[in-house]
Design a protein around this ligand. Structure first.
Ligand code: NDG
Length: 310
């Protein structure tokens, strides 16, 4: 049972020892959209709040964001380590990592990280290379060689045991949508809260902030939905709202990626969203700068999502 069963691939039966936290495998497998045979990725990129009308909340229009839908993620989607690799524990802006990779058409921040040590947190498989695995239970999003999405919980042994199956794998915090239903309430009870540093898991779920959800729709297209928020935790979305909006956009399985000041969408090496981190994240600012509080900068993060040509 510790081996991930890819329904369209071989069933791996070998059993490994006890899992560190006794995590039960609990996941959804869904076939990815096979896409077309062209070299270029087929994708849609919308401005949320402009091309899309979002519902009102408390009488206030929801903030802007981005909606990215990719038809053929097996070929055109990767989780990338920060420019200096997770091992080196150095954070980089999404732009730096995307630029180094040279090939990202669209990139966003991805996994959570330790804000003090810049350690990548969670499971990471990047282009079939196992970077690291975790003993903590948090929601995962993976793509397998056989052309399936994997969304859900895995044992600590699963990434290692199935490194030949996964092409890309990343962990978030909170399984937003499971089989078309809002799964926030349930996953709040299940997930390890120490992966995020905002506060208790309940505070984290309910605070309004910039957010990014990663998932897929019924046709098997990969969907990334991002909303802008601010650092005071009163603009943006809580995770219940994020899940509901994504369900409205046709997403049937999704996890919540690192949000808040980490939230960055890069399009062709330019920042495309309104980042929320203040002057402390801005390098080379004069210390006596007037109106310092007006400034916003990209935060240095760790792993990124990357949509690319080949
Ligand atoms: C963001 C996260 C925080 C996390 C940090 C580093 C939100 C709202 O990035 O929880 O610890 O990963 O997702 N905030 O600030």
């Amino acid at each position: 049972p510790y081996y991930f069963q890819d329904t369209h691939g071989p069933i791996l039966k070998k059993s490994l020892g006890r899992s560190a936290r006794n995590i039960q495998e609990d996941y959804i497998v869904h076939k990815i959209h096979s896409g077309n045979s062209t070299k270029r990725p087929k994708y849609d990129f919308y401005e949320l709040g402009k091309d899309f009308t979002t519902k009102k909340h408390d009488g206030v229009d929801l903030v802007n964001g981005k909606y990215i839908r990719l038809h053929n993620p097996l070929k055109h989607f990767s989780i990338l380590e920060p420019a200096n690799t997770c091992k080196n524990k150095t954070a980089h802006t999404v732009k730096e990592t995307a630029t180094k990779a040279k090939k990202c058409i669209v990139a966003t921040n991805a996994g959570f990280f330790n804000v003090h040590t810049h350690e990548c947190l969670g499971n990471v498989i990047s282009n079939s290379q196992l970077v690291q695995s975790t003993t903590n239970r948090n929601a995962n999003f993976g793509i397998t060689k056989k052309g399936n999405y994997y969304v859900g919980y895995m044992t600590p042994e699963t990434p290692k045991a199935n490194q030949d199956e996964f092409v890309n794998l990343v962990s978030g915090v909170i399984w937003l949508i499971r089989d078309g239903k809002n799964y926030v309430k349930e996953s709040e009870k299940l997930e390890f809260e120490g992966t995020q540093a905002s506060g208790s898991i309940n505070y984290f779920v309910n605070l309004r902030s910039s957010r990014i959800g990663l998932g897929h729709d019924a046709e098997g297209r990969l969907v990334i939905v991002q909303f802008d928020g601010d650092g005071n935790h009163d603009k943006g979305l809580n995770l219940h709202e994020l899940a509901e909006l994504m369900i409205g956009m046709g997403v049937i399985n999704a996890i919540n990626l690192d949000g808040g000041g980490s939230t960055t969408v890069v399009h062709h090496n330019y920042v495309a969203n309104a980042v929320s981190d203040g002057a402390d994240s801005c390098p080379h600012l004069p210390s006596d700068l007037l109106f310092r509080e007006m400034i916003r900068c990209e935060r240095k993060v760790t792993t990124i999502t990357c949509i690319h040509n080949d």
